[in-house]
Design a binder for this molecule. Structure first.
Ligand code: PLP
Length: 373
């Protein structure tokens, strides 16, 4: 009988779903990994116009429309003064597919992939699916990833290390000095750095920097997406940028697995990237206010929480039994161990929820914390 492939048996469905299922229908959901804002109108209209005109009835080029890739290149020039050839970008089905392409193209069976622990759930799973060996690296006290820890974990078997800033699940932002170090490590050890920058615009102090700005070799692949920046998680549009030879390899995977990203989403993404950026700033301001509310509320409840500098997550240290007590009282939070073994003793709260809901949730959390202390 045909058995299931080992690389698939090594992966399980994300622990985050289990928490949603355990919570009641009227629970306050602080488990969600997506902004609670609508996609900007001009983005929706660009897609609707493209659909009405018939422009999206057929495949686009495998890499995506030329206009979208020009908008992606213009974005890197605008944001980081990075010169990206539109030919060196592939539009993907969200950041998720971009991560998959990058790992499939660069990891041989048995090779190591280093990533943050706690870290975004896909790094471990996509490494397994690529036949690689997950090498989780524990974070610093402030929940950033230490370049020295990454360097110490590199061996002859290492194919890739993943950097994620701003980070899910921690909200931590790596400093420019760290990003320079990651670039140096990629250069000196001749190991690929996959930089997952899907939260690049959701930063409260300072600005996001990319290891690609500092690397002297082509050993950095950048993954990003419209999903979080423009509140477009349902549209499924991300991209990968890298050197020509790396793009060519990733395109081999994309071409056969996906053909091209959804055409309507490509038109929407082009409008998002080249249109007014005001809505992004407004969303980030709203997230910053909620961040302050959540950090104050958790601190008042007696929890220790590193102040998140970006994304829309907070990750307090929590006593044993805390998560189930909070979920039982009607607030969905995700146990830290869903993001890796080193996440044990933490919980992830998403503040992509309205202020009134957050206030109510914080009151419940206060009561739950007292109950388990
Ligand atoms: C760190 C990180 N990378 C990538 C993704 C994937 O994003 P997308 O919805 O664009 O596939 C997510 C989604 O939650 C994420 O948190």
């Amino acid at each position: 009988m045909t058995e299931f492939a080992r690389r698939v048996e090594a992966v399980s469905i994300s622990g985050i779903r289990e928490v949603f299922e355990a919570a009641g229908a009227d629970a306050i959901n602080l488990g969600l990994g997506q902004p609670d804002f609508p996609t900007p109108d001009h983005v929706r209209e660009a897609a609707a116009d493209a659909i009405a005109s018939g422009a999206v009835d057929g495949y686009t080029s495998n890499k995506g429309t030329r206009e979208l890739r020009e908008a992606i290149a213009a974005k890197y020039d605008r944001d980081y003064s990075l010169s990206v050839d539109p030919g060196d970008a592939i539009a993907t089905s969200g950041g998720s597919e971009a991560l998959h392409l990058a790992l499939q193209a660069h990891v041989d069976p048995g090779q190591d992939v280093i990533f943050p622990d706690p870290g975004f759930v896909s790094y471990d799973a996509l490494t397994e699916i690529a036949g690689g060996k997950p090498v989780p690296v524990e974070l610093r006290e402030d929940l950033t990833m230490d370049p020295a820890a990454v360097e110490a974990a590199i061996t002859d078997d290492t194919a890739v290390f993943v950097v994620n800033s701003p980070a899910n699940p921690t909200g931590a932002v790596q400093s420019e000095a760290d990003m320079r170090e990651f670039a140096r490590i990629a250069d000196e050890h001749d190991v690929l750095c996959i930089s997952d920058e899907v939260y690049e615009h959701i930063v409260y102090e300072g600005a996001h920097r990319s290891p690609m700005e500092f690397a002297e070799t082509d050993n950095v692949v950048v993954v990003s997406a419209c999903s979080k920046t423009y509140s477009m998680t349902g549209w499924r549009l991300g991209w990968v940028i890298a050197s020509t030879r790396r793009i060519e390899r990733m395109l081999r995977v994309h071409q056969y697995a996906q053909a091209c990203a959804s055409a309507p989403a490509q038109y929407a993404a082009e409008a998002a990237l080249s249109g007014p950026q005001k809505r992004v700033g407004e969303m980030v301001d709203a997230f910053e206010n909620r961040r302050d509310l959540v950090v104050d509320g958790l601190t008042d409840a007696g929890l220790e929480v590193p102040t998140p500098q970006g994304a829309f997550y907070a990750m307090p240290r929590v006593p044993e039994g805390w998560c189930s007590e909070v979920v039982d009282r009607g607030v969905v939070v995700v146990p830290g161990e869903a993001f890796g073994a080193a996440g044990e003793g933490y919980a992830r709260l998403s503040y992509a929820a309205g202020t009134e809901e957050l206030k109510e949730a914080l009151e419940i959390i206060d009561g739950a914390t007292r109950a388990v202390r």
